[in-house]
Design a protein around this ligand. Structure first.
Ligand code: ZN
Length: 164
């Protein structure tokens, strides 16, 4: 890291442990363009989704009871099919207990799609940069730490001298 000159930089795309296209990054607005990710050197792999043979009872999500009071524990053995997104999912015990405790209906949409939609609601992640001066040497630099925050923020040079 010291020899290559990338010490202190964010991890390079080559160290990413999973292909970009199946990472959670793609579920954030502004980070879902696979072609741009490839240009930055991220690994992209075609993932073939295999649907295992389902021997359990399959319930279409639109046919789930609308009221949680009408759901029995049998739902824990069933496979639920989200027709809109063509995905299968299950309900697990802690989840069922939570829905019952809070009197919430079972979800109709599979968890991956729900999570992805939730992340997209955050919008594009934009970091605000502020001008600050280094308390060690007085150099001016930009940082994501707002000037009114209590942390002491050194310029990169002073930071590197401090941590090495
Ligand atoms: Zn400094």
């Amino acid at each position: 890291m010291f020899v290559q000159g990338d010490y202190g930089e964010f991890f390079p795309p080559s160290l990413s442990s999973i292909p970009y296209n199946i990472s959670v990054a793609t579920s954030y607005s502004g980070y879902d363009n696979i072609e741009i990710a490839k240009k930055y050197g991220y690994d992209v792999e075609e993932i073939k989704e295999t649907i295992p043979e389902i021997t359990e009872k399959v319930i279409k999500s639109i046919d789930l009871p609308k009221d949680i009071k009408n759901v029995t524990d049998d739902i824990l053995q069933a496979v639920i099919f989200d027709q809109e997104n063509k995905k299968y999912f299950r309900i697990i015990r802690p989840e069922l207990d939570f829905y019952r405790q809070h009197n919430l209906p079972l979800p109709r949409i599979n968890p991956f799609t729900r999570l992805s939609e939730k992340r997209k609601r955050f919008g594009t992640i934009v970091f605000e940069l502020y001008n600050r001066s280094c308390p060690q040497c007085g150099n001016n630099f930009q940082t994501s730490y707002a000037p009114d925050r209590p942390e002491i923020v050194y310029c990169e040079q002073c930071y590197q001298q401090e941590v090495v």
